[in-house]
Design a protein around this ligand. Structure first.
Ligand code: SF4
Length: 256
């Protein structure tokens, strides 16, 4: 921490101390055409890169695509480590050009965004005996697939089972994304039938109706990169579906 000592709020106050701007470097976003250092996007213009349609269309969704994009940026040893990481991971890959461009490929082992989105086989640890994919036990509180109703007047609705990016630490890896070699997912596709079950259930709870506006749909983490540092976001809080128990993976999901 740097900067001036902060003035303390008056005793008994709920005010927070003022913040030293020097501690907010993580909010100071990268500028310039930083994506051009990735060979695959070296010719992409500023307008193209900032177009969310282009980002979605060019997101990497297959491991060979990723390995091809990394060629020339990292060593062959690192690429083999990534391939092994995905082979044993509970999440498939989905990473946008924006996120991939923010990673410091000169130091990928310690880059926090790389850690969040790209597993390494060498960093995997043996499973803890208590390992469970649904660590928040969301499915135990699902009256219908995709709606977690844990509190009387609040619920979480997982409208989809996909995200713009897939995080390694996802607490909903039992449902989010495609099947992997290790995990058979409980899929929660956005179908009219499933959504109808959710809406019917909400409609069947008139005593909670005044607060059903608190039903939260899925959102996703939004990683950003500052000039001087990067911090991955906390996992978003979403819900996922009930149903068959996914196969418990053999290898640990914790990597760094
Ligand atoms: S964005 Fe949220 S739900 Fe999606 S993979 Fe990441 S942590 Fe999981």
């Amino acid at each position: 921490m740097t900067g001036q000592p902060q003035a303390s709020p008056p005793a008994g106050s709920h005010q927070k101390p003022s913040v030293d701007p020097a501690t907010l470097q993580h909010a100071d976003l990268l500028e310039g055409e930083f994506w051009r250092r990735i060979p695959a996007w070296s010719e992409i213009s500023d307008i193209q890169f900032r177009d969310h349609h282009w980002q979605a269309k060019n997101s990497i969704t297959k491991v060979p695509q990723l390995l091809a994009a990394l060629q020339g940026l990292v060593s062959e040893e690192f690429i083999a480590d990534v391939a092994e990481g995905f082979r044993r991971a509970p999440m498939t890959i989905r990473v946008s050009p924006y996120v991939l461009s923010l990673i410091d490929w000169n130091a990928p082992l310690k880059d926090p965004l790389r850690t969040q989105f790209i597993p390494l086989g060498s960093r995997l640890r043996p499973d803890h005996p208590k390992l469970g994919l649904d660590s928040l036990h969301e499915r135990a509180d699902m009256p219908v697939p995709g709606l977690t109703h844990r509190y009387p007047d609040k619920a979480l609705f997982l409208a989809l089972d996909t995200c713009p990016v897939y995080c390694r630490f996802c607490t909903r890896s039992y449902a989010v994304g495609l099947d992997t070699d290790e995990v058979q997912k409980f899929h929660l596709r956005a179908t009219p039938d499933r959504w109808r079950q959710v809406f019917d259930y909400i409609g069947s709870r008139p005593s909670s109706r005044t607060s059903w506006s608190r039903v939260a749909t899925r959102t996703s983490c939004a990683p950003t990169r500052s000039r001087s540092s990067a911090k991955p976001c906390s996992p978003c809080r979403t819900s996922a579906g009930s149903g068959t128990r996914p196969r418990v993976p053999r290898s640990c999901r914790r990597s760094s």
